[in-house]
Design a protein around this ligand. Structure first.
Ligand code: SF4
Length: 494
């Protein structure tokens, strides 16, 4: 076989990127390349020493993070002969990046146990920029920077040797067995959600339990708690509010999300705000004890479409209509003529029909302001945008509507509805991908392809396995029983 230099394709590659810049021995690699070097451990691993002379053994480099905060989560390291420790790793080109990038004052970086840098700074002071060990990579690479750039540049997946210990036994399962396992885990997750709803319904009634869970789901991961706080006070702040706009004004006021200033640049926003304040002036003393401070909300990294102001507008329409719970109950009674046994491979198209039928129930025809604006500060759009997309309907279905219907049917002894809800759950199309699923697919199932998870239930099952096993172990799968359990479960099939 031709060497790389003789291979025309290798030459194309080399000539079409900026690797030439790395040929100089004083080159500084891009930070992305340094991250790839760390992830793939392209280092002389037996020679790693921190700036203060301690040896470092990398038992696991951690998992690259896509969500801000430190670059690698959950690394397992051993300094000298001490007990291995688990924590995060931050990668910067220079040691002074720790202060320069504000990591020293960012609480998300409190879990960092190693600061990996390209090289230490020139002065002795710069060696001690952070209060924990600093490791420089410049002199411990296992190849030249140019070679590393060529081999690592497109390696975004998890290296094979960093897969979880369960990856091998899971890959011996055939498609049906894998679906059966994921669905069994999904059922546990589903029933846990349903049981939590029952506990809440016993105190506050079925409808209130539904609203609390809908609001939680509208908070996504960052604003679950303020949304839940709002929902808990729903019987109070809905009283006397007789239109979607009146509910919206009150919700914005109680949530602390009604801006105190006009935008002075967006006429329609300022008109909305004036009207909302006209109503909220009268109410705000009465609700002062349940008004949330604006600081309870998190906006960092939020897409405008997911802004809580927009979500509250959506909820105000549901509340104003006054028949959401009844519509959901009617939805499950319709069209349940399909086989009652949950299918491991849902029929194509069936899930999509269910999704669009539930979407119809949750979709809001038009909001005079929010259909045309992403936020108060954004300009009026030329075309109206829906207040709820299908991806969010799937979240509502899997996390709220179906568990709520299921536990009601179970409590009421309605076996037919119970089976129908289960069938819908196992038929539901896949939800939007997320960072937990991405990592779990690579670590447990050995693939980055989302297609391996056929449907929302398989995704839920995988997330449950992460919660039950990965979250109780560490990156090197210490003491995890899952691989043995899979092996034993599979054994009778042989
Ligand atoms: S911790 Fe357990 S379940 Fe998670 S990847 Fe490792 S072996 Fe698999």
């Amino acid at each position: 076989m031709n060497s790389r230099a003789e291979n025309f394709y290798s030459l194309w590659r080399e000539n079409s990127r900026a690797v030439g810049a790395l040929r100089d021995e004083n080159s500084v690699p891009p930070e992305k390349l340094l991250q790839a070097v760390w992830q793939h451990q392209r280092l002389r691993r037996g020679e790693l020493k921190t700036a203060d002379g301690k040896s470092v053994r990398v038992l696991h480099p951690g998992f690259i993070s896509a969500e801000g905060g430190p670059d690698f989560r959950g690394a397992v390291l051993q300094f000298e002969n001490e007990k291995p420790v688990s924590g995060d790793v931050e990668i910067d080109l220079q040691a002074n990046g720790w202060h320069a990038h504000g990591h020293d004052v960012n609480p998300n970086f409190k879990t960092v146990i190693l600061h990996v840098v390209w090289e230490h700074g020139q002065s002795p002071k710069s060696k001690a920029q952070s209060s924990f060990p600093v490791l420089a990579l410049k002199n411990v690479l296992d190849a030249t920077l140019t070679e590393l750039a060529l081999t690592l540049e497109n390696e975004s997946g998890l290296p094979e040797n960093l897969r979880g210990k369960c990856s091998a036994p899971l890959q011996t399962l055939d498609e049906t067995q894998l679906a059966e396992l994921l669905h069994a885990a999904a059922k546990v997750r589903f029933q846990n959600k349903a049981t939590a709803m029952l506990a809440r319904a016993k105190h506050s009634g079925w409808e209130q339990a539904l609203w609390e869970n809908l609001f939680r789901a509208l908070g996504y991961k960052h604003n679950v708690w303020p949304m839940l706080n709002l929902a808990e006070a729903r019987p109070r702040w809905t009283r006397g509010a007789d239109s979607a706009f009146a509910i919206q004004a009150r919700l914005l006021g109680v949530s602390g999300l009604l801006p105190h200033e006009l935008t002075r640049s967006q006429k329609s926003s300022d008109t909305f705000l004036r009207h909302a304040w006209d109503l909220w002036w009268r109410d705000r003393d009465e609700f002062s004890d349940c008004t949330l401070p604006c600081t309870t909300w998190k906006f960092h990294g939020l897409r405008p479409a997911n802004h809580p102001q927009r979500r509250l507008a959506l909820a105000s329409h549901w509340l104003a209509a006054g028949n959401l719970a009844a519509k959901i109950e009617g939805w499950v009674l319709k069209n349940h003529s399909s086989p009652l046994i949950p299918a491991l491979s849902p029929p194509r198209g069936e899930g999509e029909k269910l999704l669009s039928s539930l979407h119809e129930i949750f979709q809001v025809e038009r909001d005079e302001f929010w259909s045309w604006h992403w936020t108060f500060n954004s300009e009026r759009m030329t075309k109206p945008q829906p207040l709820l997309g299908e991806a969010r309907v799937t979240d509502l279905a899997v996390n709220v509507v179906l568990p709520w219907l299921w536990i009601r049917a179970k409590e009421g002894g309605n076996e037919k509805i119970l089976r129908e809800v289960e069938r819908r759950f196992f038929t539901w199309p896949a939800a939007e991908d997320n960072s937990v699923l991405k990592l779990a697919r690579q670590r447990l199932l050995g693939t980055s392809s989302a297609r391996i998870l056929k449907g929302a239930a398989a995704q839920q099952g995988l997330m449950q396995i992460v919660r039950d096993f990965c979250e109780h172990s560490n990156a090197i799968c210490d003491d995890c029983r899952f691989p043995d359990l899979v092996q034993t479960w599979k054994a009778p099939e042989k």
